[in-house]
Write a protein that binds this ligand. Structure first.
Ligand SMILES: Nc1nc2c(ncn2[C@@H]2O[C@H](COP(=O)(O)OP(=O)(O)OP(=O)(O)O)[C@@H](O)[C@H]2O)c(=O)[nH]1
Ligand SMILES: [Mg+2]
Length: 380
């Protein structure tokens, strides 16, 4: 609970107490915000937030002032909307006074989504043993797409790392130079520590750029989604694939994509306007997936750009920054919150970590389920 004595600051010619300290308070989401003010004579008081008068209403509790001297305001279960400037205006026929305090709402006191490392082994075993429920799809295919440097190739590597119990580098990942490191269409199989193939693969694609002429073309991502692009195709940012050796005219269900996986770095989404070229391109691909009824999830990478999460990945669902970035992804890219998974890739580690495994497994478990639901729907 965050509490602050409000300090009434004298305005006009009042004779009651004046105190010029303006106190600010910080509370964690879900905690209560409490203000108290003691006047040194009998006065009337009005509470305001950002200039608007507050009234008793559900979470807002304004207690009757004791002897017109003691004023209390409590806001239960703080949310972001409670941030702002709170003012207590005290008045009497001889003048008035007011005191203000700023409230900042910090990270959550309680995680808003559960993560449980204890389930890692169970989830891993289930995914290792998984086979698609429609025999026409021998394995589930997930298409990774997103901005240059988002962590797409790292994700394919990270999933392999989780199942092999050691760091792996099949897909080439590199610090972003602004141009996509990945330039060809590659399929990455996932194997366990004995080299046994699992029943799902990741298709990695060239990165998107915000400009019209740079990066992979949305037409090529859409072709890949429909299964028209063959493994090994080198993308040409000035002309979409429409035929030839690498064009698959009649893809089978097995060759089509069963889940579109958008990858967006947490720190990047906050900087992108809804009208930015990258957002527009990602929305275009999402719309096609939606029309084809292909499930769509979003992996929000680089969650370690939040200091709280960098220090302890288990704090991922305590972080206000992460929640805000996820909400940004949801609104800007049109993905429901329950299809957004914040993850950290294995990018600097040289051994596995149960916390990194846990967030990746949670996302993967959902992707596999959504994709399997899709292939079941294709059974004629
Ligand atoms: N801190 C941090 N770095 C990451 C994360 N994921 C990837 N990286 C790093 O970001 C850089 C780009 O990662 P890639 O996997 O190559 O990204 P990509 O989306 O495949 O990029 P392109 O192929 O160029 O489009 C690499 O230096 C990675 O090590 C993450 O979750 N956190
Ligand atoms: Mg790449």
């Amino acid at each position: 609970m965050g509490t602050a004595p409000l300090a009434p600051q004298l305005k006009g010619n009042s004779t009651f107490n004046q105190n010029t300290d303006i106190t600010g308070i910080s509370v964690k989401r879900g905690q209560d915000i409490t203000f108290r003010c003691d006047a040194n004579c009998e006065v009337y008081g009005t509470w305001k937030k950002d200039g608007l008068t507050l009234h008793n209403d559900g979470r807002i509790i304004i207690t009757e002032p004791t002897q017109y001297r003691c004023f209390n305001l409590t806001i239960r279960d703080a949310t972001d909307e409670d941030e702002g400037e709170y003012t207590l205006k005290l008045s009497k026929w001889r003048g008035d006074a007011s005191g203000s305090a700023k409230v900042k709402v910090l990270d959550y006191a309680v995680a808003w989504r559960k993560i449980d490392h204890q389930r890692n082994d169970t989830v891993k075993t289930a995914l290792r043993e998984f086979t698609p429920s429609n025999p026409e799809a021998q394995r589930l295919r997930f298409l990774l797409h997103g901005p240059v440097g988002a962590g797409k190739s790292s994700m394919a590597n990270s999933v392999n790392t989780v199942f092999q119990g050691r760091t792996t580098v099949n897909a080439h990942a590199a610090p972003s130079t602004g141009k996509s490191e990945t330039t060809t269409y590659n399929m990455y199989e996932i194997k366990d520590q004995h080299g046994r193939k699992l029943s799902f693969v990741f298709n990695d694609i060239m990165g998107l750029e915000g400009t019209e002429t740079g990066g992979v073309l949305t037409a090529d991502i859409i072709s890949a989604l429909k299964g028209h692009v063959k493994d090994g195709y080198k993308f040409n940012p000035s002309s979409p694939l429409s035929g030839g050796l690498y064009y698959n005219n009649n893809p089978t269900l097995d060759e089509k994509v069963h889940c579109l996986v958008s990858v967006m770095p947490a720190h990047k989404i906050l900087l992108l306007e809804e009208t930015h070229g990258l957002i527009m391109k990602m929305r275009e691909v999402r719309d096609v997936a939606k029309n084809l009824e292909i499930p769509h999830v979003l992996l929000m990478t680089h969650v370690d750009s939040c200091p709280l999460v960098k220090e302890d990945l288990d704090k991922i669902y305590f972080s206000k920054k992460i929640k805000i970035a996820m909400e940004n992804c949801s609104v800007k890219l049109g993905v429901p919150m329950n299809r957004i998974f914040p993850v950290k890739n294995y990018h600097e580690e040289n051994c596995v970590d149960e916390k990194v495994d846990c967030v990746i497994l949670d996302a993967l478990d959902n992707i596999v389920n959504f994709a399997n639901d899709y292939v079941i729907r294709q059974i004629e």
